[in-house]
Design a protein. Structure first.
Length: 94
């Protein structure tokens, strides 16, 4: 298993809408081939900063399959619009 960690930054005016969109975002990801888990954590140090952790069977499930799918476009429409800057993403082996 591989974990994708994404550092997400959201403008203060969009925090409530972003947090409300997390359930839909999780559903989109979990319906994608190879996705096993999704978790969001809110920073206690800086308002509007979140860590998204997504468990994938293989890194290719994220980078090859998901990124080029209609689900990735849907995810961007559901919650990507709230990002104040591009996410910082890294993958880690378990």
């Amino acid at each position: 298993m591989v974990h994708e960690y994404a550092l997400l930054r959201v403008d203060a005016d969009d925090i409530d809408a972003f947090e409300a969109s997390q359930r839909a975002a999780s559903s989109i990801l979990l319906a994608s081939p190879g996705c096993r888990s999704v978790e969001f954590q809110r920073s206690i140090d800086e308002r509007g900063v979140y860590l998204m952790k997504v468990g994938w069977d293989r890194v290719e499930d994220h980078l090859d399959t998901f990124v080029s799918s209609a689900a990735a476009i849907e995810l961007g429409e559901v919650f990507g619009r709230y990002f104040s800057s591009p996410p910082t993403v890294a993958h880690f082996e378990r």
